[in-house]
Structure formats: C-alpha cells, structure tokens
Write a protein that binds this ligand. Structure first.
Ligand SMILES: NC(=O)c1ccc[n+]([C@@H]2O[C@H](COP(=O)([O-])OP(=O)(O)OC[C@H]3O[C@@H](n4cnc5c(N)ncnc54)[C@H](O)[C@@H]3O)[C@@H](O)[C@H]2O)c1
Length: 270
C-alpha cells in the first residue's frame, strides 16, 4: 500500500546488490511512495549484482561509486543532484563488509590490513558520504540520512567479529555528524539497528542460520525482514519524523529488550 509519503522527494540509495538486499527493498518502497533516486554501488558490485533490473523497474539511473573514495563520492553527489534536478531529501547508506569475516579470521586473530579495509568500507564511508553531501551543500532542509547497523555494537556476538567495532563507530558518526547537520542544515541523521536478515552480507557471518533462528525465537514480534526495514526507513525519510535525529533505532521485533523468551526457556528445559 502506498501513502505518497515521499512524493517529490529526491535521494541517493547505496548498497542494492540483489533482490535480497535491504537497499533493494528500500528502493522499491521509496519508488512506491513517490520518491525518485539515483542508485549507487561499488563498481565491482555492478558486475556481480542485478542493479540494472532495479534501475529499470524504478526508473532510476545508476552511478557507480566506491564509498571509500572521496573523489567518487564528490562526483556522485554532483551528478545525482544534476540528474534529479535539485538538492536531496534522503540518503540511505546500506554498506557493510569485513575482510576478516570473509577470510575466516577470528576476532582474536585479526589481520589488521583487513580490519582497516573493513572499517573504511563499513564505517568511515558513512562519514565520507556525509562530508561529501555537507561540503557540496547537497541536502535540502529537513532532509534525512539513514545508515544500517546491528546490535553487536552494544552487545557481544562472537562471530560478528570486527563488524561489531565497525558498527559502534558507524553509530557514533551518526551522532557526531547529526549534530552538525542538524544545527547548520536542519538535516537529521539516524541509524537503524536491524534484525539478522538473509542477505549476501548477513549470510557471510559464521553460524548465520543459528543466529537468525535464535533471534526469531527471542523476539516477541519475530525478526524484522528486509521488507519491514524498507517500511521503517520510509518513515524516517518522510516528513512525519522531522525531529528524530542522532538516534540508533532498534528495528528488531523487540529482541534488544528481551532477556529471554518462553521458547528459549522451553528449549533448555527439555
Ligand atoms: N543482513 C543482516 O543480517 C544485517 C543486519 C543488520 C544490519 N545490516 C546492515 O545492512 C546493510 C546492508 O547489508 P545487506 O544485509 O542488505 O547486505 P548486501 O550484501 O545486500 O549489501 C551490502 C552492500 O554493501 C556494498 N558495498 C561493499 N563495499 C562497498 C564499497 N566499497 N562501496 C560501496 N558499496 C559497497 C555491497 O556491494 C552491497 O551492495 C549493511 O550495513 C549491513 O551491515 C545487515
């Protein structure tokens, strides 16, 4: 169902790799709500992903950009405002990757070159994106910037590895940049802390199946899906949440505030 919440709004969506991606579902939802946008992803992901299909479906253009490259980001912001015909109202940062996780290095045996690369892609890139937008004066007043995160920033999940530290940094950047963006441009910045979701990035985490099933049993409302996350993101891009900023917002069916569920107790009472 569409509410026309984003009618006339323009933005950039980072991170749609395939139809499971949270960014993919969000792009579809933004389109349904009347928003227009430019899609972007790392040049390498363009070759692997199916982003052309999404662009066609949503009538959008694609501009490749490596989110760790200041040069790519400056160009992206310039081109996006040109293509869309004005300043931006929303930006979604839906990017994450840990080289240590990919290469099977445990947290206690990190290769620091990998750590730095993963931090740059997953966390510092959010600062770089916002700095590019800020310097170009590319955001409209009362615009909204959202990045995706996970609760491992607050509580330890051993196999989440160095991504936990990256997410903690990302959430801090949202608060710090949110201050300046709010004060000077009336733009809000938030992170959404999403349930485990079966996507390429999610399934890269060791033991993901156990992880997602456990969260399902622990959450009174069950896990939030990528589609649910798209819906929540739309509310944050809309004018209905103008004074929400510098927040880390849990979107997890209640998982983060549940000590234990009846199902989990029963499992251990067997
Ligand atoms: N899947 C989960 O369980 C889960 C839970 C909470 C939060 N998140 C977060 O949601 C976000 C989106 O992930 P997803 O689950 O949709 O997986 P995904 O694999 O579909 O998306 C990750 C995206 O990051 C992009 N990316 C990687 N390196 C990049 C770079 N250098 N420049 C630009 N883009 C780059 C990839 O191409 C991909 O499109 C991530 O921040 C992830 O950490 C995921």
């Amino acid at each position: 169902m569409s509410y026309n919440l984003l009618k006339g709004k323009r933005g950039i969506i980072f991170g749609a790799l395939d139809e499971n991606s949270i960014a993919w579902k969000t792009a579809e939802r933004v389109h349904e709500e009347g928003g227009s946008f430019v899609l972007t992803n790392a040049p390498i992901a363009m070759r692997m992903g199916q982003i052309n299909e999404l662009a066609k479906k949503t009538g959008s253009q694609i501009i490749p950009a490596d989110a760790t490259s200041e040069e790519d980001l400056a160009l992206l912001v310039e081109k996006a405002t040109e293509i869309l015909g004005g300043k931006l109202d929303f930006v979604l940062h839906s990017i994450g990757m840990s080289v240590n996780v990919r290469k099977g290095r445990p947290y206690t045996d990190e290769k620091y070159d990998f750590t730095v690369k993963g931090w740059d892609v997953s966390a510092l890139s959010f600062h770089k994106v916002m700095q590019a937008l800020y310097k170009a004066g590319a955001m409209n007043e009362w615009g909204s910037i959202v990045a995706l995160t996970y609760m491992a920033a607050q509580r330890t999940f051993p196999d989440y590895n160095d991504m936990a530290d990256n997410k903690a940094y990302l959430e801090s950047v949202a608060r710090s940049f949110g201050y300046f963006f709010g004060k000077e441009k009336n733009v809000r910045v938030n992170t959404i802390s999403q349930s485990p979701t079966p996507t390429t990035a999610g399934q890269g985490v060791k033991g993901f199946d156990g992880f997602i099933n456990y969260a399902e049993k622990m959450s009174p409302l069950g896990n939030a899906t990528a589609q649910d996350c798209a819906g929540y993101t739309i509310t944050l891009f809309s004018d209905l949440t103008k004074k929400v900023t510098m927040q880390n917002l849990f979107h997890d069916g209640g998982f983060s505030n549940t000590g234990v569920s009846q199902e989990v107790i029963e499992y251990f009472n067997k």
